[in-house]
Each structure stands twice: as structure tokens, then as C-alpha cells.
Design a protein around this ligand. Structure first.
Ligand code: SAM
Length: 228
């Protein structure tokens, strides 16, 4: 991959998204603002070195994911549908820019993509703290494991597409720490509107979650909610 040019506009959009989250009570008011220099360090590790056959993770979304990892400082990150580790890498790289006191796990049912992810993620700081596995997240999240402080959901099955988001959040709930962030990618994609309606309905009915923001950062968007 070639390195995309950092733009002031993207940085401003990320800071605006953080402000929306802070005003909604999804993110702590003291959370750090976007730091282009820190982002560039991560970008130089990821974009020239990663093998990414395809991705919808746009330049502004890369900055947002990096910033969430940095500003929220989760102790344990879990990515459901980690594919070749690209979105996951921005979250992890942001977290690694704080310190090394974290762990991160990505799972995907695609064996080939996970093998690529394992190679890609070796390029990151803190790579010893990061693991990727071939697994169905719906089963993997039922096994005992560390409390999750940031859950990133991007599973996409050929038959069910994004229909598993609500089920996944429900299964993950017992593993989520208080104040954990749950990021769900693609709420703005028209083909997934019904899946997201069910996901948002489920969140609305779940007293353990909320408030929720949907951030129109790009044509895919991302929704962020928090555990109470
Ligand atoms: C849209 S891709 C993820 C893209 C990725 N987040 C990125 O960085 O660009 C969706 C992934 O979900 C995976 N997937 C589908 N169902 C799954 C499940 N139940 N558990 C884990 N992964 C799953 C697919 O194999 C696919 O790699």
C-alpha cells in the first residue's frame, strides 16, 4: 500500500467526531485530541508494510480508529471479523502509542486472511501483545478471557451479511468492562440498514449499553456505544 497524505481536514473531522462522542457521554471529556505526528509514526509502519487485498477502511476512518485506541487507552481490544488486521491495526497502533500495558485479540473465520493478519501485525509496536486466531467470534466470545475494554465489530458473512451484530454484542456483554466502547463498522451502508436497525433496537432495549453515536465519517460510517 502507498502512504496516503495526512490532511488537516481529516484531522479536524476526527476531532469533531471525538467532540460528538464527548458531548453524548460516550467518551471521557479529557480524552486526547488527534495528534498528526503520532498518527504518522503508525501510518509509516502500517501502510507501506501491510498486505491488504481489499478494504473499505478509508483514510479518515484510519485516523479515527487510531485516535480511539490512543484516546480511550483500552487494556484489552477485541476485534470480531479482523480479516487481514487492517482496521484492527489502527486501533492497536493508537493504543501502543500510549504504552505497552495492553493486549489485543482479533478473530476471523477466514484462515487465509488470518495468516496475512498475523504477518501484517508483526510490523506494529507491541506486536508481542497482539494475537489473531481463526475462530467464529460468536463462539469465541463465549469462552473465558480477559475483560474487553474496546470491542470492534466488523463481521460480514456471505449469507447473513451484518445480521450477527446484535447477537455478537449480546454474547460479548458479559465480557465487557464497565465503560467499554463498542464500535460497529458500516451503519451507513444502505445494504446493511435492516441489520443495523436490529442492532440499534437491541442496544436501545439493553440497559447495560448507551448512549450511542453514529458517526458519518465516510460512506460506511461507524457507530460507537459504551457500557454503563
Ligand atoms: C468486512 S471484513 C472485515 C474487514 C476488516 N475489519 C478490515 O480491517 O478491513 C468481514 C470479515 O468478517 C469475517 N467473519 C464473518 N463472520 C464471522 C464470524 N462469525 N466470526 C469471525 N469472523 C467472521 C469474514 O471472514 C471477513 O474477513
Amino acid at each position: 500500500m502507498t502512504v496516503d497524505a495526512a490532511t488537516d481536514a481529516d484531522a479536524a473531522i476526527v476531532d469533531m467526531a471525538l467532540d460528538v462522542m464527548k458531548n453524548a457521554g460516550v467518551l471521557a471529556a479529557r480524552a486526547a485530541r488527534f495528534n498528526p505526528a503520532l498518527f504518522r509514526v503508525a501510518q509509516q509502519r502500517i501502510e507501506p508494510n501491510f498486505t491488504v487485498p481489499q478494504t473499505t477502511i478509508s483514510p479518515v476512518m484510519r485516523r479515527f480508529l487510531f485516535q480511539i485506541g490512543y484516546a480511550a487507552g483500552p487494556g484489552h481490544i477485541y476485534a470480531a471479523g479482523s480479516y487481514v488486521g487492517f482496521a484492527f491495526a489502527w486501533l492497536v497502533a493508537g493504543r501502543a502509542a500510549v504504552d505497552a500495558a495492553f493486549t489485543a485479540r482479533g478473530v476471523d473465520i477466514d484462515q487465509e486472511a488470518t495468516a496475512i493478519a498475523a504477518r501484517n501485525l508483526q510490523h506494529l509496536d507491541g506486536s508481542a501483545n497482539i494475537g489473531v486466531s481463526v475462530a467464529d467470534a460468536l463462539q469465541d466470545l463465549q469462552a473465558p478471557g480477559p475483560a474487553i475494554d474496546l470491542l470492534f465489530i466488523d463481521v460480514d458473512c456471505p449469507d447473513r451479511r451484518k445480521a450477527a451484530y446484535a447477537e455478537l454484542a449480546a454474547i460479548a456483554a458479559p465480557r465487557l468492562s464497565a465503560g467499554a466502547l463498542v464500535l460497529a463498522h458500516d451503519p451507513l451502508v444502505p445494504a446493511f440498514a435492516e441489520d443495523f436497525r436490529r442492532y440499534f433496537d437491541w442496544l436501545d432495549q439493553s440497559p447495560a449499553f448507551g448512549p450511542t453515536c453514529t458517526l458519518p465519517l465516510d460512506t460506511c460510517g461507524i457507530s460507537v456505544t459504551v457500557t454503563r
